[in-house]
Design a protein around this ligand. Structure first.
Ligand code: NAP
Length: 476
């Protein structure tokens, strides 16, 4: 397959290609170009031209092209789902759900791109200013957006960047994850085939460190929209210079289960929220903090549900949980589980690895200060700890460097109000786990989990800039 430079399908200037590998069986599922510095230069030069073209295109015309791209994404959803499963290892059921959201994210974005409203400014309320002046704000696209996406949701997280960036009138250079480039290229084809003008969109495939640094550093980029690990996000803040940054980073999301909680509901939700996409979700349930009085009942309800999760061929409709992205990642997760048990955790189920698959795991009695709670696991295991009261539970929930999502199970309204005020997380779910997202909602973390919000309305706002205009009349 070729990559996209300035809207044209292209090989790498070097001619080098690399294989894309299925994490399930090691099969080669495609080949993509290995972009280098000449390709970065070509894409950024094209984007500068494309940004001028697209900014001068009326919003209704941008919307028309995006709506056509959305229809193409819908038509191609089944094929897209197969590509996701092949290169990413998630189940075909999960991949189908993900692929089917693509068209709607484009539609939601197109709508927001047609609503670039400004404000009128009551300048006369400022002492010394009269009615002879009129002030207002207008929004304009940032210009060139560099978008960098991770492997775990290769369609969804690409769409949450391309949709808003294009809807807002920007040119985009996308660097998708090295392990999942085929999905990104297939999505880009929807925009190209819908009639996106030349130069507006590029997708560069190749090594993240080299391409990422060059793109992020490039002064022609006005905005960097990044989703990935906190370590890479921190590097971006050091390399970027004066640019607008949106960073959607790592997490270790807590769920608090209080004494009065519906235990069955909490156990069912955790048995889903800890294991979707083999736990490789930034909003995956990593830590469960349970009141000691119900801890045994909760674990008795949870463990059989986790044991019922079937692993295997991700293309089989009977498989509930697919592989991790690679055997190396699976081994990292397995060894983190082994260490948690060596440090005193009780392994209630799971813990084994077979190739890139890690069995769904529950470890109880985990010390909330241990690495198994503190560090992002990004794998199919849940750590259960206990907390006697609200204050202890809230301190544990807040007790990591992250702040992306949190869930609370209780019927105590005043406790919920306190938790909503005191938990430092970008998304808080009452009587559900953090693993829930409607594409239109603002979505993004606090603390080490990032800067800014995605979701079409928020992303369009962050991918546009405000200009303040003052009309100076004369006093009459
Ligand atoms: P990653 O290793 O940080 O990679 C993310 C992207 O950055 C990839 O495209 C990667 O390219 C690229 N990259 C690598 N080095 C770079 C550099 N120096 N400059 C710029 N870009 C660079 O993350 P991942 O392992 O793909 O994804 C998992 C992480 O993403 C987890 O921490 C997860 O929590 C986070 N995540 C966060 C959210 C959220 O909304 N907060 C959502 C999903 C995932 P290569 O793949 O070619 O190396």
């Amino acid at each position: 397959m070729e990559m996209l430079i300035g809207g044209r399908w292209s090989k790498a200037a070097s001619g080098f290609m690399e294989d894309v590998i299925s994490p399930y069986d090691g099969a080669t599922v495609g080949q993509v170009p290995v972009a280098g510095m000449a390709d970065v230069e070509a894409a950024m030069a094209a984007a500068q031209v494309g940004a001028a073209t697209w900014r001068a295109t009326p919003a209704h015309e941008r919307m028309r092209i995006l709506m056509r791209a959305a229809d193409l994404a819908d038509e191609r959803a089944s094929e897209l789902a197969r590509t996701i499963t092949s290169e990413c290892g998630k189940t075909i059921t999960e991949a189908t759900g993900e692929a089917k959201r693509s068209g709607d994210i484009i539609r939601l974005s197109a709508f927001e791109g047609a609503h670039l409203y400004g404000d009128t400014l009551p300048l006369d309320a400022n002492r010394g200013t009269g009615l002879d002046k009129i002030g207002f704000t207008i929004r304009q696209p940032c210009g060139v957006v560099v978008a960098i996406s991770p492997f775990n949701y290769p369609a969804l997280l690409v769409m949450h960047k391309l949709g808003p960036a294009l809807a807002a009138g920007n040119a985009v250079v996308l660097k998708p994850a090295g392990k999942t480039p085929l999905t990104a290229l297939a999505l880009a084809a929807c925009f190209v085939d819908a009639g996106l003008p030349d130069n507006v969109l590029s997708v560069l495939t190749g090594p993240g460190g080299v391409l990422g640094d060059a793109l992020v550093r490039d002064p022609r980029a006005r905005k960097v929209s990044f989703t990935g690990s906190t370590a890479t996000g921190e590097r971006i803040t050091r390399v970027a210079g004066v640019k607008r940054l949106s960073l959607e980073l790592g997490a270790s999301c807590p769920v608090v289960v209080l004494r009065d909680a519906d235990i069955e509901l909490a156990a069912s939700a955790v048995a889903a929220g800890g294991y979707v996409n083999a736990g490789q979700v930034c909003i995956s349930v990593q830590r469960v903090i349970v009141h000691p009085a119900i801890n045994k009942d909760f674990l008795d309800a949870l463990v059989p549900k986790v044991e019922a999760i079937r692993t295997g061929d991700p293309f089989s409709p009977g498989t509930n949980m697919g592989t991790l992205i690679s055997t190396g990642e699976a081994e990292r997760v397995r060894s983190a589980i082994t260490r948690a048990v060596a440090e005193g955790g009780r392994l209630l189920t799971g813990g084994e690895r077979d190739g890139a698959t890690v069995a769904p795991t529950v470890v109880a009695g985990v010390d909330p200060r241990s690495p198994f709670s503190q560090d992002e696991l990004f794998g199919p295991a849940v750590a259960v700890s206990t907390a006697e009261d609200w204050s202890t539970a809230l301190a544990q929930a807040n007790g990591t460097g992250y702040g992306l999502g949190a869930g609370i199970f209780t019927n105590d309204v005043s406790g919920v109000v306190r938790a909503v005020r005191e938990i430092d997380a970008g998304n808080i779910h009452i009587n559900w786990t953090p693993l829930w997202r409607a594409d239109l909602m603002p979505y993004g973390g606090l603390k080490g989990s990032g800067i800014g919000k995605e979701g079409p309305r928020s992303a369009v706002a962050e991918m546009t800039e405000i200009k303040t205009v003052v009309l100076h009349g004369r006093p009459w």
